[in-house]
Design a protein around this ligand. Structure first.
Ligand code: C5P
Length: 504
């Protein structure tokens, strides 16, 4: 849609860093509606869900505790409140029989966000009829004889749009003035790894970011440094933590990174002797550093394809805080959700920069420390390597909500040819084991699909699972652990063989 003030947008190249510039005369280069029209199905589903919502007196949102679920809930609940619809929210770790009990049996419409598509039979078993439910999701949809109203981007081929992205489309359909919610959709999209493979958002997720830029709440930096921590970590630390791409002499080597930067002669500290973060380093210095990093990679036989990415910053947020960019904002929300305080994250999404933000900062510190500990535990203990899988059981040492994150991080330091499977005890129900699976894009291109594996293998043993091709999870009976692993391995082998056969 053309912004109401008729503004137009284009990208202007400024040296190495093209930036988005406002241009009131140019024709519209990025039109979300245009794109939506090319996928009429999704836009019709979005419209149908929005229509159903605005006819309600009250809505209960049931959302997921991760960054995508928290930002998606914040988008939907704000859009509904603005439309004067009563809204209450429930956050669940997973939609399963136990957590279904949190779904109230009242008159409100039940709006499932970032979950629900894959659990429609469970929703039906809970006694919810077609006119009591709407789903905003991006997960694989489960066949079900009850037809639930659903806005889901996945059946339309949008694999790089998160639930918060779909929630934003619904919010805009409720009221076109809801474009101020675009930064939350960007956080959800980035938090759910939608920008990782392509070093930036693509398709509708990208268009949403551009709407945020049009609104002035998102700053898009093209060819920015592809590194986590650009707003909070001293640059040498930020660089040394990054191993995608692995830069010899810098990755995993803070001392080496600092020496490398000092040799460039650019200021690395401010007048108070604080280390500068990438976000606050002047443009010219960023160019010098970027060129030197590219040279370092090339000189060591690497490629610079993944050195740069499109990054999404929030200029309205305080500098040197995790709220300044989408990646770190998403981690902050994940820290809240995964440590059972999703509402604190929700309050941050609604603008609380006082008590909620302070509480979230504490959780973030704790979150990072435990994930570091988990990562070290995985590396120290080692994983068991079988033909198509590597796996580890962490007993009851770590909470089940974070093991998947740690496993994903460990993957880059382990065998990069095989997915990792991590198991953890379920403290609330010792008869159950939580499983998380993580892969890389490269493994997906070999035919692997963890969502399919988690769903099929868990069903075989009476459990339940789901997720995405690249990251999936499941709950399984404890006594089936070993058989489950064997079956997962077989399924992965079968997927690779099928892909291979298809290529012949
Ligand atoms: O818990 P974890 O981070 O490993 O979850 C990865 C993905 O798998 C998420 O999208 C989550 O919603 C999904 N999942 C699922 N069913 C489970 C566990 C996880 O669909 N029982």
């Amino acid at each position: 849609m053309v912004p109401e003030d008729g503004a137009r947008w284009l990208i202007q190249e400024e040296g190495t860093f093209p930036v988005l510039k406002r241009n009131l005369q140019e024709t519209n280069l990025f039109s979300l509606d245009l794109l939506m029209n090319t996928v009429m199905g999704l836009s019709e589903d979005v419209r149908a869900v929005a229509q159903e919502l605005i006819e309600q007196e009250s809505v209960t949102i049931i959302s997921h505790i991760d960054a995508d679920g928290i930002s998606g809930e914040a988008i939907l609940s704000q859009a509904l409140s603005r439309a004067e619809i009563r809204v209450t929210s429930v956050f669940v770790r997973q939609l399963e029989p136990l957590t279904m009990r949190q779904v109230p049996r009242d008159e409100s419409l039940k709006l499932f966000c970032d979950l629900g598509a894959g659990q429609q039979n469970l929703i039906k078993e809970h006694g919810l009829s077609g006119d009591e439910v709407a789903i905003v999701d991006h997960h694989v949809s489960q066949p079900c004889d009850q037809d639930y109203l659903q806005a889901n981007c996945l059946p339309y081929g949008h694999t790089k749009l998160s639930a918060a992205g779909v929630a934003y489309l619904v919010a805009k359909e409720i009221d076109s003035g809801n474009t101020d919610l675009a930064p939350l959709a960007v956080v959800g999209n980035v938090g759910d790894m939608m920008a990782r493979e392509d070093c930036g958002l693509i398709g509708p997720a990208k268009e949403i970011a551009y709407e945020g830029a049009a609104h002035g709440s998102v700053e898009i930096r093209k060819h920015d440094l592809n590194c986590y921590g650009i707003s909070t970590r001293p640059l040498h630390v930020c660089l040394s933590y990054n191993d995608d791409p692995f830069i010899p002499g810098i990755s995993n080597n803070p001392g080496g990174a600092l020496r490398f930067l000092k040799n460039l002669g650019v200021p690395l500290q401010d007048s108070l002797q604080r280390w500068l973060v990438w976000d606050e380093i002047p443009y010219e210095d960023r160019r010098v550093i970027s060129s030197a990093l590219a040279q370092q990679l090339l000189a060591n036989g690497g490629t610079i394809a993944r050195l740069f990415c499109e990054s999404y910053l929030f200029p309205g947020e305080r500098e040197r805080t995790p709220l300044r960019n989408a990646q770190e904002y998403a981690t902050l929300l994940n820290a809240c959700g995964r440590w059972s305080r999703p509402r604190v994250g929700g309050n941050i999404c609604r603008g609380d920069r006082g008590a909620a933000y302070r509480e979230a900062e504490h959780m973030l510190t704790n979150h990072r420390a435990i994930i570091r500990e988990l990562l070290q535990f995985i590396l120290d203990s080692g994983v068991t390597d079988i033909s198509h899988l590597q796996y580890i059981h962490v007993g009851n040492r770590f909470p089940d909500t974070i093991v998947g994150i740690g496993a994903g991080m460990a993957l880059s330091k382990l065998n990069r040819e095989k997915p990792i499977l991590i198991m953890v005890e379920q403290p609330e129900d010792p008869s159950l084991t939580k499983v998380s699976l993580r892969a890389t894009e490269q493994m997906l291109s070999r035919g692997m699909d963890l969502q399919e594996v988690a769903t099929m293998a868990s069903e075989k043993f009476g459990g339940a699972g789901g997720g995405h091709r690249i990251a999936a999870g499941a709950f399984i009976p404890r006594e089936s652990e070993q058989e489950f692993i064997r079956h997962v391995n077989e399924l992965l082998a079968g997927q690779c063989a099928n892909k291979g056969a298809g290529h012949r």
